[in-house]
Design a protein around this ligand. Structure first.
Ligand SMILES: Cc1cc2nc3c(=O)[nH]c(=O)nc-3n(C[C@H](O)[C@H](O)[C@H](O)COP(=O)(O)OP(=O)(O)OC[C@H]3O[C@@H](n4cnc5c(N)ncnc54)[C@H](O)[C@@H]3O)c2cc1C
Length: 321
């Protein structure tokens, strides 16, 4: 018997968890992502210094926490597989709650989850429309089309919405209006140790930054390198700054955290859809008899855990479980 087909749009955590769930239940799964690699907001960047050393910096999610039992069981598996490890139990004091990171950078977890799946990167989805010989047709940027029985959309909601207008399926207006906080980041490779105390993370340390992370202290980079995330207010206020101005402002704000080190290489990064401002009360939104399902961190929580749980739930609903 031919297995039912599903296309998952997005190879972030949510899409990969949905895809794994569907594949494990016998579905024929294709995952499409516009990025060069998998991961979405689980993003790790390699930056080479002028003298040829390569620093590794997480520039999306920095670490994750665990609350839900199902997620805890998965994290245990990932720890056993050597993909994930505990970083610390708090940044200024031990609060007893483990903070986990992926070995080698957060993208490593999504690479692990993509193993064995048919994931097609550098593949921009243009639209999802009713199919002529199938329930749905997914139109890709090279003009090709994939016929499928179901689609799971896991992009940030405004992007998922724009791709599915062509389905004719109506979505609740509150879902359509979901807005996202922005994050502007500075990735800085430095020439010596920072003065950020162990274990190497600072949350909301001042008026500009929501996060400062020392990637060497975290254990993913042998070259000293710091990730700075500006908070949502600063990021919104400076979103339209040109890159030179933004970079100069963030570099000045970063200087108290560098100790005696200086920046040797830096990059300016912008996340338009960093964090959903409002959460949908269900872990997914299923339409068209469960053949067009919306998932992602706007559903089950604006973090790694929420994205994973949303993907699991979305995969299950497509199979009718
Ligand atoms: C700066 C920043 C810091 C964060 N820090 C933390 C943290 O410390 N701890 C924590 O738990 N969480 C953190 N998060 C949140 C966490 O990263 C997200 O909740 C989670 O990764 C979201 O996963 P997702 O699968 O829902 O979405 P995404 O990872 O955004 O995946 C969506 C995918 O859809 C793809 N896509 C979009 N449009 C198209 C298209 N047209 N065609 C094909 N593909 C498309 C994208 O390329 C992307 O890969 C952070 C996020 C950001 C941005």
């Amino acid at each position: 018997m031919t297995p039912p087909r599903v296309v998952v749009v997005g190879a972030g955590l949510s899409g990969l968890m949905a895809a794994r769930t569907l594949a494990s239940r016998g579905w024929s799964v294709v995952v499409l992502d516009k990025g060069r690699g998998v991961g979405g907001r689980m993003a790790t960047r390699r930056i080479t210094t002028p003298d040829g050393r390569t620093a590794i910096l997480d520039h999306g999610a920095q670490f994750f926490t665990v609350r839900d039992e199902r997620f805890a069981a998965l994290v245990d598996e990932w720890v056993t597989a050597g993909v994930v490890r505990e970083w610390c139990r708090g940044f200024t004091a031990d609060d007893g709650h483990p903070r986990y990171v992926a070995n080698g950078g957060m993208t490593a977890l999504t690479k692990h989850l993509a193993n064995g799946l048919d994931v097609r990167t550098s593949t921009l989805v243009f639209a999802v429309k009713p199919g002529e010989t199938s329930r749905w047709t997914v139109v890709v940027d090279d003009g090709s089309e994939l016929d499928t029985d179901a689609v799971v959309m896991t992009c940030p909601l405004p992007q998922s919405y724009s791709l599915t207008v062509t389905t004719g399926v109506e979505l609740p207006s509150e879902l359509l209006l979901t807005d996202y906080d922005r994050t502007i980041g500075l990735l800085a490779v430095i020439d010596g140790p920072s003065n950020i105390a162990a274990p190497g993370g600072l949350q909301n340390p001042d008026e500009v930054f929501s996060w400062i992370g020392d990637n060497a202290a975290k254990g993913i980079s042998t070259v000293p390198a710091i990730t700075f995330h500006a908070n949502p207010e600063w990021s919104a206020a400076h979103w339209d700054d040109d890159a030179d101005t933004g970079l100069a402002l963030l570099t000045a704000a970063a200087s108290p955290y560098l100790g005696n080190a200086t920046i040797v290489t830096r990059e300016y990064k912008k996340w338009r859809f960093a964090t959903p401002k409002k959460l949908w009360p269900e872990p997914f939104h299923a339409t068209a008899e469960g053949t067009l399902v919306f998932a992602g961190d706007a559903f089950a929580g604006p973090k790694v855990e929420g994205a994973v749980l949303s993907g699991l739930a979305a995969g299950a609903v497509v199979t009718g479980a």
